[in-house]
Write a protein that binds this ligand. Sequence first.
Ligand SMILES: C[S@@+](CC[C@H](N)C(=O)[O-])C[C@H]1O[C@@H](n2cnc3c(N)ncnc32)[C@H](O)[C@@H]1O
Ligand code: SF4
Ligand code: SF4
Length: 439
Amino acid sequence: MYYNEYLNLKSDLEKGYKTAKDYEKSLQKLINKIIVDIQKRNIEGDVQKVISIIDNVKTIEVPLEIKKRFDNILLNESEIAERKTILKSKARVLYCVVTTLCNVKCIMCRIIKNQWELPEHAIDEIVELMPYLETVKWQGGEVFLYKRFEELMDHAGRNNVCQEIVTNGLLLNENIITKLVKYNVDLYISVEGITKEIYESVRIGGKFETLINNLNILKRIRSEFFGNFTNLGLNVLVMKKNIEQIEFFPEFAREYGFTKLCVNAFGPDFISDENIFHYNKNIEFERKITDIKGKLAAKCKNFGIELFDCLPCFNSESECITVSDNVVSNGANETKNSQIENISENRLLCHIPWQKIFIDSDGTINPECFCDRNKSAGNIDRDKLPDVWNGKVMQEYRKVISDNSYHSRCAKNCITGITHSKSLKNIINPNLFWWSNNL
Ligand SMILES: C[S@@+](CC[C@H](N)C(=O)[O-])C[C@H]1O[C@@H](n2cnc3c(N)ncnc32)[C@H](O)[C@@H]1O
Ligand code: SF4
Ligand code: SF4
């Protein structure tokens, strides 16, 4: 199996059929293939296969800089397969709010109402975790206002962890942008208006000229950087103020080199006139949204931009599901049936409690944002990450998911399939070439 493939590669290197660089590239591809395969088998519930692949590959010699991570992945996948509730493996994904401080006051934002920042002790714990992490998602407030953020970003960068940052983009500068590009950070910039008037009426205190200036610097530095893999996403929250501009966001995204466009709607709990999806609905409105969705899909396909369309669907179900190839629909119905079928004996509803730590904007820790906030797994202000990782609540999630008794513990949306099964299981970044910069 994979071990033989590895031996062949080594033999090609020893006989001089492959250069050291080619060998490392092939090994990288092989390791990626192995990890993707193991994860897929675990999602399918093929426990025996998971164990046999891990047995087969555990003596492969991987480069030193990924050894801890590779070993942790194998250990973690075997612990999922064995339904362990106390884990020897460490978290593979971290979502972390670092501060609620912000440089602007957006009309829709609730995060900034609570003043909080990541305590110092957490930094040491996160740094300890870095060699094992595959992905870290940083969020604020504005992450660049957190005094030790650059340090955290440097640690992640040096450890070749995939990083993702959501930002308003107004505090970017040459120095930060160079680092973001060097570390291949996936950057998501939130913009609600493509004109000064609309932008500044939502992002109160933000200057449209500053945004455009920073987007131009970003575009220049990305174009200068050889081997740049940075994903640049444009986040848009659709509201009453900007509804007429939404169809033109693909042009804006193309102009500044965005590779993704994420179009989002408010949830029903956001009570405001701006929340047109829940408080101003009528047939005219539904037609308008349907028309916008079509235009966005067509333009993004044409421009080669990946579209994440999270606007509600007012069409018939089938039309909603048949979206173009490069479009991801959040149509809940798409998931429901397949997910219910999928929960056969061996498949787990969710892998998140085995793989992820989510630190929210008030310090509460959970496996994920969908989990019960009233019964959290801990709080970073008083708890240590390693203690929370194998604490009572994390163990409880692992146990109820393992024995399918999650109904009283897990969120309704997860159980009924409204939350996409991919969000519950495929949480690992499939682009595992963390050490590709070094080649
Ligand atoms: C809270 S912000 C933090 C990151 C950064 N300051 C920014 O604006 O991108 C993260 C995302 O949440 C979105 N957001 C803010 N308020 C929201 C709300 N009430 N409902 C849904 N999304 C919201 C923002 O537009 C942004 O894309
Ligand atoms: S920039 Fe982000 S964190 Fe700041 S107020 Fe706006 S949405 Fe909230
Ligand atoms: S199923 Fe949902 S509520 Fe349960 S652990 Fe997974 S993310 Fe949390």
